[in-house]
Design a binder for this molecule. Structure first.
Ligand code: ASP
Length: 441
């Protein structure tokens, strides 16, 4: 019997998880779900996060040390950063356009506004405090933060991914610059290390359908009430429509025009990673799968994917930046604050920086939103207005974030002549993914 392709298995897991969550909520079984199902979701996310750091280290060192000269690295780096900035600015501009057209803040009744402010005031205060640590630092602090003073200390915290990336690139460059006979052993070591990590990811992915089942069942029992969703419908829909335009139109069109790959090829390749991003709300936790899909199914050469994707997971967050733009203007509208064009242009810049600075973990975008609000002169306490439906929007913006990374990696690969021809199925030669016996048939 043919095995169900991975994305269908994951989708089935999600549907069953939602069903179990809904049933449990209706029969008062929330505690049972929290006690007996949610922990498996947590274990699954932990496994993914566990492998993310070694994966970045192994694949980046291998990727960079495989380069024959430094000019490819600088070309790849330049194009990656430019494309990431470009897609993020497009996302923010789209968000600002939509929120000004729909004007969701004025759809919120004064009573709902008051009740949201009282219910979520305390939660909002916590995010404001978390953001306070980021504020008040000099403009060059992000550059200083990029360079670790101790690699072992950096590697002990998943939030320091950029520092680990910095070290891995430096290490890779060191390998390229020493004589061949000296580098042979260390290159072979990282080659093997990388293969082991990829195999572990294959193993973890065997559990993906069960993992997302547990995650979604747990999420549903803690989901905001339908009343909340309804009260914030205008705002929620504005974000969803914006993310939808990016996901269904902007990225596939960009990929189609520049690389010639069809919409269906793109979605078929990336969909398991998208489903996982939706279930985990974390680009970092999804990274191992994004890398596997992009290399094995979208034809991006390992050299490019291992460089572009880890950086993208940490700094390229189009979904987050679009959401921050919409949320900031929505809060201003709801509090009857008129924003000038200058202030809105300021939002483009701060949302760009805030999305780059946001960690690739659940809810990070909302913490960084505080900085956008502060810069635009919007009261940070207004965060309470959007708290209720942040999680579902987080799930969708994470899908957008990783899809953008995947698109950019295809474009960079194409520009460097490193996008493999799907007909040759080069990427199936190395190690056939365990799940896809019939997927590409
Ligand atoms: N959860 C998002 C991510 O990991 C970040 C955010 O917008 O909160 O990409």
């Amino acid at each position: 019997m043919k095995k169900l392709p991975l994305h269908w298995q994951i989708l089935l897991g999600m549907v069953l998880g939602i069903a179990v969550g809904l049933i449990a909520s209706n029969i008062g079984g929330e505690k049972a779900v929290r006690d007996w199902i949610s922990p498996f979701g947590a274990i699954f996310i932990n496994l993914l996060k566990l492998i993310a750091l070694p994966l970045i280290l192994a694949s980046l060192i291998k990727g960079v040390s495989d380069l024959r000269d430094m000019s490819t690295l600088s070309q790849m780096g330049g194009r990656t950063i430019l494309l990431y900035l470009f897609t993020t600015v497009v996302a923010i501009t789209l968000g600002l356009l939509l929120v000004n057209i729909v004007d969701p803040g004025h759809l919120l009744s004064p009573e709902t506004r008051e009740s949201l402010m009282t219910t979520y005031g305390v939660d909002a205060e916590k995010s404001i405090q978390a953001a306070a640590e980021q504020q008040g630092k000099g403009p060059l602090q992000p550059l200083v933060d990029l360079v670790p003073d101790n690699i072992f200390a950096a590697a002990t915290n998943n939030r320091n991914m950029l520092q680990v990336i910095f070290f891995a690139i430096l290490f890779g460059i060191g390998i390229v610059l020493i004589p061949d006979e000296k580098s042979r052993t260390i290159k072979a070591f990282f080659d093997g290390f990388n293969e082991v990590i990829l195999k572990i990811i294959d193993l973890i992915m065997l559990a993906a359908p069960y993992g997302v089942f547990a995650l979604l069942a747990g999420l549903i029992v803690d989901f905001p009430s339908i009343d909340m969703l309804y009260a914030l419908l205008g705002y929620g829909l504005t974000v969803v429509v914006g993310l939808g335009i990016l996901l269904l139109l902007f990225y596939p069109t960009l990929v189609r025009v520049i690389t010639g790959r069809s919409f269906s090829f793109f979605f078929k390749g990336i969909s398991p990673a998208q489903l996982l991003a939706f279930s985990t709300s974390s680009s970092a936790a999804t990274l191992p799968v994004t890398m596997e899909r992009v290399e094995e199914h979208l034809g991006v050469d390992e050299e490019v994917a291992s460089f572009v994707l880890p950086i993208g997971a940490t700094i390229n967050m189009d979904g987050t930046s679009l959401y921050q733009a919409v949320a900031a203007v929505f809060i201003a509208q709801a509090l009857n604050i008129d924003l000038t064009i200058g202030q809105q242009l300021g939002i483009v810049l701060t949302a760009l920086l805030a999305s780059i600075g946001a960690a690739a973990v659940p809810g990070a975008g909302m913490v960084m939103l505080v900085i956008v609000l502060a810069q635009a002169g919007i009261p940070e306490a207004g965060l309470a207005l959007i708290f209720a439906i942040d999680r579902p929007l987080d799930m969708l913006r994470t899908v957008t974030n990783i899809t953008s990374d995947a698109s950019v990696s295809m474009i960079v690969a194409k520009s460097l002549g490193k996008l493999n021809d799907p007909k040759e199925k080069k990427w199936d030669d190395n190690y056939p993914p365990i799940d896809d016996t019939n997927e590409d048939a």
